[in-house]
Design a protein around this ligand. Structure first.
Ligand code: MG
Length: 386
């Protein structure tokens, strides 16, 4: 007994797109709008119970939408929104709430802070609604021509929840029975109650049009991420020596690769692929081979630099794939070490790094064993900018 109860108004059936289900039962991000709305209240610490007013024909839709949620049995709505709310209040009277929050089913994105403010306002003043100040200039028009610029000072756009001292709003609704007021604040005003406005939220919009559904989908899915893939290719010739570097792993061999740096052909190809995904030049532009500071350099420094440039441009690396092309050395025995090193250098999880080796069937300079080639692709995602 006592406490704050939420009354969700979901009895409307008017908004149907293409003969589908009423909009409060349509999914957004795979979850029915009504389920999201109910959860906004059932998960709120200050809310003791949630009751929904529905159209009796929608009972199967309702049962599906709220399956598993801690809700009271639904109440059947009436011919008007006002009558539907009144039916819900009569049902809640048995719980003797202190405060009731009346909320549109089609506003699923009400934030906990908005609910807090409405509860505090209702406790303080007896009645409070979420609302936003009007910021656009308002015009009154007759036949398409402006007849008046309306002073917007003191004008607010009413949202829900609208919170009330329970006994006060129940009495006000009983007195207003038979009317068709558009919101419960109007019922309270008609009964002489003082209604406070508290700050609502831009995301607390009412889903009404198809455009609103698009906005809702965008809100739950986060920014659209666009992939960009870069490619890289590199060759180094063999020279005298006793090891080669591949993917940052030192592999004993009867020759070494010639190069200004450590000649890690695979990391060079990968670095170019990452620079390609960032659309940010190539390895030779960033690390000129005339520059003495790169003489003998460990190629993981090039890779780290390319990854930093990618991050600076807002990209997040999600996948790389490398092919090493040579007759010798055999890559297979070193494959696991190379994969582990690539994971450590790129920060990519296992399962997002491809590493393959092939030969050219003894054809060409690679087939004659004159060097090693590598090619790589790297894919990064970027938040879509409008
Ligand atoms: Mg190179």
């Amino acid at each position: 007994m006592g406490g704050t109860y939420a009354l969700i108004v979901a009895a409307g059936r008017g908004q149907r797109a293409g003969g589908g289900v009423p909009k409060q039962y349509r999914p957004v991000g795979g979850t029915p709008v009504l389920r999201r709305t109910v959860q906004a209240f059932s998960r709120h610490d200050a809310v003791a119970g949630v009751c929904t007013v529905i159209h009796p024909d929608d009972r199967p839709l309702y049962d599906d939408a709220v399956a598993g949620l801690p809700v009271m049995d639904p109440v059947s709505g009436g011919a008007t929104r006002q009558q539907s709310v009144c039916n819900g209040l009569e049902r809640l009277a048995a719980e003797a709430p202190d405060i009731v929050l009346i909320h549109d089913a089609a506003r699923p994105f009400v934030a906990p802070g908005v609910i807090d403010r409405v509860i505090a306002g209702a406790r303080g003043a007896g009645a409070a609604i979420a609302a936003l100040p009007v910021v656009d200039t308002l015009k009154r028009a007759d036949g398409g021509a402006i007849s008046q610029t309306v002073d917007r000072t003191g004008l607010w756009r009413a949202q829900t929840p609208q919170g009330f001292d329970f006994a006060g709003i129940l009495a006000a609704h009983r007195r207003a029975a038979g009317g068709d007021l558009s919101d419960d604040a109007a019922v309270a005003e008609a009964a002489g109650m003082t209604v406070q406005v508290v700050h609502g939220g831009e995301d607390n919009f009412k889903i009404t049009t198809e455009g609103d559904f698009d906005r809702a989908e965008a809100l739950v899915s986060g920014p659209l991420m666009l992939p960009r893939t870069g490619m890289g290719f590199d060759v180094h010739a063999f020279a005298e020596g006793d090891h080669v570097w591949l993917c940052g792993v030192r592999i004993p061999h009867d020759r070494s690769l010639r190069g200004h740096s450590d000649a890690d052909v695979a990391l060079h190809a990968l670095t170019d692929a990452i620079l390609g995904a960032a659309a940010d030049g190539d390895i030779g532009m960033h690390f000129p081979d005339k520059d003495p500071q790169w003489k003998g350099a460990s190629s993981d420094r090039f890779l780290a630099h390319a990854l930093a440039r990618l991050r600076d441009k807002g990209g997040r690396l999600v996948h790389v794939d490398i092919t090493v092309i040579c007759e010798t050395p055999k890559v297979g025995p070193h494959r696991q070490a190379m994969l582990a090193n690539l994971a450590s250098l790129t920060g990519l999880p296992a399962g997002t790094i491809g590493l393959k080796a092939t030969t050219t069937e003894k054809l060409g300079f690679l087939g004659r064993g004159e060097g090693i080639a590598a090619q790589a692709v790297a894919t990064a995602v970027f938040a879509q900018t409008p």
